[in-house]
Design a protein around this ligand. Structure first.
Ligand code: MV4
Length: 523
């Protein structure tokens, strides 16, 4: 086990923990900033005294694994911050363990006993004596209780305050908050639907088709499209019991159903002093079973005027709400190119690199600086500019037809390089993909001067990306990149269904690197 290090060598700092906590040093030459305790009262805009410079973190624990854990380690290294990896027994030989300054094994492979076990993660943070925790995405990233426990232990959670995570986790409340602030939403119900009778009243007012959604929902669970009065009672009941079973909360709300919507989301950053900036949009319409496959920025459907208009209303709204750190606001775009808020995500997202590629802003570094109390003007140096076009392909370890996870040992790993190509991954040749976790193993991101250059660059990068030993979505992406509709920017959330229905009936591109060859390489 060449990369394994246990808890025994994790105490790089021999000073007693409590005394260190009590004397958290300021950055040399700056005033010592008092660390605010859990609850994080919003700092008053400092007008009377000089703004207090933040006490930059000395050590951060990364409560995640895989490519995002490595991504956070990269940001910390560039900021001169020590890193602590946590890992399960299945991840002993992972690159996040190798590249972190310290690593602590927190339990067996099962998520509930390792990365999702709050007491284990907090214990590791206490033992390693970290100043802050970066949760990455997924896992505990949007768990308000985890953020609260961390801050009770005087460890900064790198993300928004728990109350905001909780608000945005209740989709119906998030919708009401956005409506109140003037963000456009779809016509729909007000408050939680008390009964199928109340749902019927709203549906008649809004007009069919409508969609019933779970307030605690996400990922499409507890969602039902209702096209007529007759089918409403049964679908209401089904959505409610599905939501209750999945989330322990059967609360439902309703919206007008948008046919063939695009999924477009805005990236924002917010400091602790009410300053919020928009970094523009990502087009994420290419999804299969609510899992994004490919994202790009900018959206071909977004005008500069609409980008500015939505950006402004979001910045004002999130400042009012008291949002802090990075966040993503999801919209549906209808066939008239109108945008409607649907949900807000209070974490860094998988697809954040496409925004980084077109704005040159390091979003993960920004998250860390903002969490440490830096002001926006010191995090971003000047206005956010958008240049060129970026595309990301998510490379998942999964079977090409069944879409089931494909675990095992990678035998060949040849990532492409060259101008405008970025790969975020924790995979390597001879590395093992364990069966317990998310199937995302690499993100291939390209930028180009315009969409056409980004598309041709992505096509050649996919051609040169060889992974053998496990099945991946690389062959699927090669075919999407060759699809005339994709090339023309004709994508919406129903694109992938149409694509898969006609896929295979046409010739696979790039002789020698077709799906078949890599399927054969599996054996
Ligand atoms: C919708 C919709 C149409 N109309 N809401 C799916 C997951 C959840 N985040 C929101 N979803 C949708 N909400 C209204 N009023 C269609 C979808 C939807 C979808 C949205 C984004 C990306 C892919 C999707 C696939 C199917 C349905």
């Amino acid at each position: 086990m060449p990369f394994a290090r246990g808890a025994e060598d994790s105490r790089g700092d021999s000073r007693p923990r409590l005394s260190r906590r009590a004397t958290l040093d300021g950055v040399a030459g700056n005033q010592i900033a008092e660390r605010r305790s859990a609850g994080q009262p919003r700092a008053a805009v400092p007008t009377l005294s000089k703004p207090i410079r933040s006490a930059m973190f000395k050590k951060i624990l990364i409560a995640n694994r895989g490519e995002i854990a490595l991504r956070v380690i990269c940001a910390c290294k560039e900021l001169g911050i020590r890193t602590v990896a946590i890992y399960s027994e299945a991840d002993r030989n992972s690159l996040h363990v190798r590249f972190a300054d310290e690593a602590i094994c927190i339990g067996p492979p099962q998520l509930g006993q390792s990365y999702l076990n709050i007491p284990s993660v907090i214990s590791a943070a206490e033992i390693a004596n970290v100043d802050a925790i970066h949760p990455g995405y997924g896992l505990l990233a949007e768990n308000a209780n985890f953020a609260e426990v961390a801050e009770t232990c005087n460890i900064k959670f790198i993300g928004p305050p728990p109350e905001i995570t909780r608000l945005m986790g209740e989709k119906e409340k998030a919708r009401a908050a956005m409506k109140k602030a003037g963000v456009p939403i779809l016509p729909g119900s007000e408050g939680i639907l008390a009964s199928d009778g109340e749902a019927m009243e709203w549906a008649k007012q809004v007009g069919f088709p409508v969609i019933i959604k779970a307030s605690a929902g996400g990922g499409g669970r507890g969602m039902r499209i209702v096209r007529s009065e007759e089918e409403l009672p049964a679908l209401f009941k089904a959505a409610s019991s599905e939501a209750a079973a999945a989330f322990g909360n059967g609360d439902l709300y309703m919206e007008k159903f948008v046919e063939h919507p695009r999924h477009i989301e805005f990236q924002i950053l917010a400091d602790q002093y009410g300053n919020v900036v928009s970094l523009g949009e990502r087009e994420c319409s290419i999804q299969r079973r609510h899992q994004k496959l490919l994202e790009e920025s900018p959206s071909t459907q977004m005008s500069a005027e609409l980008r500015v208009q939505i950006g402004q209303v979001l910045c004002r709204t999130l400042s009012e709400i008291g949002y802090v750190n990075a966040g993503t606001i999801e919209f549906l775009m209808d066939e008239d190119r109108k945008l409607y808020f649907i949900e807000m995500n209070t974490r860094i997202q998988v697809e954040h690199p496409v925004t980084e590629m077109v704005t040159d802003v390091d979003l993960v570094k920004s998250q860390i600086l903002l969490a440490a109390g830096e002001r926006m003007e010191d995090v971003l140096h000047g206005p956010v500019l958008h240049r060129g076009h970026a595309i990301e392909c998510r490379i998942n370890a999964e079977h090409p037809e069944k879409f089931t996870p494909s675990a095992g040992r990678i035998t060949t790993f040849n990532p492409p390089g060259g101008t405008g190509v970025r790969i975020d991954t924790a995979a390597y040749a001879e590395g093992v993909i364990p069966p317990y976790y998310d199937s995302l193993i690499a993100k291939l991101i390209v930028r180009g001067k315009d969409r056409a250059e980004a598309v041709s660059r992505m096509a050649r990068a996919l051609e040169m990306f060889i992974i053998e030993g496990i099945y991946t979505t690389i062959p699927l992406h090669r075919r999407i990149l060759a699809d005339p509709d994709f090339r023309a920017g004709k994508v919406d959330t129903t694109y992938i269904e149409r694509f898969l229905a006609q896929d295979g009936k046409t010739e696979a591109p790039a002789e020698g690197h077709s799906g078949k060859r890599e399927v054969a390489a599996k054996t």
